[in-house]
Design a protein around this ligand. Structure first.
Ligand SMILES: [Zn+2]
Length: 262
């Protein structure tokens, strides 16, 4: 049964809300719904009136659509209670701390304590190791968790900064490697320098240039030889019984065979 209204406008807003109750219920936050600050005292009274079918309908819709509470078959189900029950369970889960981690120091006696649950080693402490104050003064589990999460975020942020720095360094090194590779890829074989050195060592105007060219020519020739897969081994030792073989000096001097390579 609908309530009586003194003005048409009050009736209109009531029915506008009532007609859209399913949609409204889907979007409101639980904190808003619990004390209904968003609504007038009038609606608050209706929704909190245990005999109001409108209120009952609202809580049911809100519980199922917004709070993921399953639909019960029984008609005596109090969905508002189900919502609060679920909320309490969630809050207990979020604020719980294992007894293995929560043994703060009592500010009165400066000994470890655990006022919220029985720990056998504290209860049966004969050595006066743990706090035995009737009323302790220490951080709460909420304080403990607040600082734990704050520190965790701080630690992760520091780690992230370190990783970003490493990533930056990695980018710089990768750029360097690309630059080196490009420089290398664009470098021709030593073979390409040989004709010009050959010409210089024979035809340069001054003797000093010719002799320098000769030395450079030999060096470039050796470097070119190193670019071949099959090449002389500088560490080759001739077999001991082969003393007549004067190949020990290796083929560093290519003057006899220089033309074989081109
Ligand atoms: Zn104490």
């Amino acid at each position: 049964m609908n309530p009586q209204f003194e003005t048409i406008s009050a009736a209109n807003s009531y029915f506008a809300f009532k007609d859209n109750i399913s949609n409204v219920a889907s979007f409101l936050k639980l904190d808003t719904v619990i004390d209904f600050t968003v609504l007038s005292k009038f609606y608050n009274n209706i929704l909190n009136n245990p005999k109001s079918s409108f209120g009952k309908h609202f809580w049911k819709k809100f519980a199922i659509q917004n709070q993921n509470i399953k639909k019960f078959k029984g008609k005596t189900i109090n969905y508002k209670f189900k919502i609060v029950l679920k909320r309490v369970k969630e809050m207990k889960r979020i604020t719980s701390v294992s007894k293995w981690y929560f043994e703060p120091n009592c500010e009165k006696c400066n000994k470890r304590c655990c006022p919220d649950e029985i720990l056998p080693w504290q209860l049966n402490d004969n050595g006066n190791h743990y706090c035995n104050c009737e009323f302790v003064k220490c951080i709460t589990k909420r304080d403990f968790l607040a600082s734990k999460y704050k520190n965790k975020i701080k630690k992760l942020n520091r780690r992230r900064e370190y990783l970003i720095k490493q990533l930056d360094e990695n980018y710089i090194k990768t750029d360097d490697a690309f630059r080196q590779k490009e420089e290398f890829d664009n470098m021709p074989s030593f073979k390409s320098l040989i004709p010009i050195l050959k010409n210089l060592k024979k035809n340069a105007r001054y003797k000093s240039t010719r002799s320098q060219s000769q030395r450079l020519y030999l060096e470039v020739k050796r470097l070119y030889q190193q670019e071949n897969n099959e090449r002389p081994n500088m560490n080759y030792k001739a077999p001991p019984d082969n003393k007549d073989d004067d190949d020990l000096g290796l083929n560093l001097n290519f003057s006899d065979t220089e033309d074989d390579y081109f």
